[in-house]
Design a protein around this ligand. Structure first.
Ligand SMILES: NC(=O)c1ccc[n+]([C@@H]2O[C@H](COP(=O)([O-])OP(=O)(O)OC[C@H]3O[C@@H](n4cnc5c(N)ncnc54)[C@H](O)[C@@H]3O)[C@@H](O)[C@H]2O)c1
Ligand SMILES: [Zn+2]
Length: 369
């Protein structure tokens, strides 16, 4: 870490795959030092085209300054880049550049580039070391941590992938200053999620500081990124491969959210927006099942609204409740078509609830908001 950079370091405890997440303004400048100390001589930067001349260039400069030879491959912005076609293009580019196992991959961008570059690193030459340099809020609090990598097929999102932990994550909170408002707000949905599932104090901080958080006050942004990353790291370290059920709590709001994304088409709703609506449904479901008092659902609703997140679908043609339930039954997290949801027990605590009657879910989806 360069001495001029004040970073908070969060460790992801995973025995021989343990790594550090450095969070703070300016940590991009530490990329060279980080890769250098890991013995990298050469690096391939896979960068979102939207951050090429800004953040990816800064990463490149830092690596070169540390004496690391670099090559940058831009990736078009947008979910469509998480494709077989794009993966093949990157594999061929690495082959042409004679990349070998001593070359490190550096992903610079949001979750799209992180998932894609991570997958390329996991598969090329049976595995290259990868570093995540997340530049969206979603990526800094969620996708860059935990080693899930992958691409989409026509048949579904993230259907091909691998668990491939990064060597390190450098989350420069200053990069978030250039993020479009809608993308930033969408990332806040995942932060609200962490509060709901694991941390009532985080939830309360969001309630108290909503205005400053929306204004991207640096200290507030850093605080929520550090807390969210810490929570994600602790879940991942206890259930790396989603086997014990613990990691599944990260899907709070997502069963509903994925159904909306599927029904409406990716791109219309941002992921975080779909999750915000999904969390609203999940809270309503928990209230109807008598699991939580209505007050918790009301507070979640108020917080999402204060953060400018949607709590219902935008007007326009909407999928029927029946269509949404059918999509949920096909979700890859569903076992044998039985509906299961992560539902609140209290603020900061959730549990996996199985075998919920479809009729209750249909009622929740059909309610007039
Ligand atoms: N692996 C995981 O655990 C995990 C978790 C959550 C989401 N994801 C995946 O992440 C993806 C979504 O990620 P995302 O929300 O970061 O979207 P994204 O990667 O598409 O980035 C959103 C937009 O922001 C632009 N951008 C990125 N950084 C910027 C910056 N600093 N300034 C200005 N513009 C910037 C990009 O060009 C893009 O247009 C989805 O594919 C999702 O499946 C993965
Ligand atoms: Zn999510």
């Amino acid at each position: 870490m360069s001495p001029d950079v004040a970073a908070t370091v969060v460790r992801v405890e995973l025995a021989e795959r343990a790594y550090e997440i450095a969070i703070g303004p300016g940590v991009l400048a530490s990329c060279g030092a980080a890769l250098g100390s890991a013995g990298a001589r050469r690096a391939v930067i896979i960068a979102d085209a939207g951050v090429l001349s800004t953040h990816a260039d800064a990463v490149d400069a830092s690596l070169r300054h540390a004496g690391i030879e670099t090559m940058t491959i831009p990736v078009q912005r947008g979910e469509a880049s998480k494709s077989v076609t794009e993966a093949a293009r990157l594999w061929e580019a690495l082959a042409t550049a004679n990349v070998d196992r001593a070359t490190h991959v550096v992903a610079v961008g949001g979750g799209v580039v992180g998932d894609l570059a991570g997958f390329i690193a996991a598969t090329f030459a049976r595995g290259l070391p990868v570093w995540q340099v997340p530049t969206t809020l979603v990526a800094q609090v969620d996708s860059a941590i935990g080693g899930k990598t992958g691409i989409n097929l026509h048949g579904g999102k993230n259907l091909v992938g691998a668990f491939w932990q990064p060597r390190g994550v450098l989350a420069d909170t200053r990069t978030l200053a250039t993020l479009p408002e809608r993308e930033y707000v969408s990332g806040l949905a995942e932060v609200v999620k962490y509060g709901m599932i694991l941390d009532a104090a985080l939830f309360e901080r969001l309630e108290l500081r909503a205005t400053e958080i929306l204004a991207r006050e640096p200290a507030d942004v850093e605080a929520i990124v550090v807390r969210s990353a810490t929570l994600k790291a602790s879940v991942v370290s206890r259930d790396e491969h989603e086997r014990t059920g613990l990691r599944a709590i990260l899907n709070y709001g997502h069963t509903f959210g994925h159904a909306y994304e599927n029904a409406i088409g990716y791109g219309t709703l941002l992921h975080g927006e779909a999750v915000a609506i999904g969390m609203t449904d999940a809270a309503e479901l928990a209230v109807r099942l008598g699991r939580i008092p209505a007050e918790i659902a009301r507070r979640q609703n108020a917080l999402l609204t204060a953060l400018h997140l949607p709590v219902r679908l935008p007007s326009g043609p909407r999928p029927s409740p029946q269509e949404l339930v059918a999509l949920m039954a096909r979700d890859k997290k569903t076992l044998h078509g039985r509906l299961r949801f992560i539902l609140s027990k209290q603020l900061g605590e959730v549990e996996l609830v199985e075998g919920i009657e479809p009729s209750v879910v249909l009622d929740v989806l059909a309610r007039i908001p």
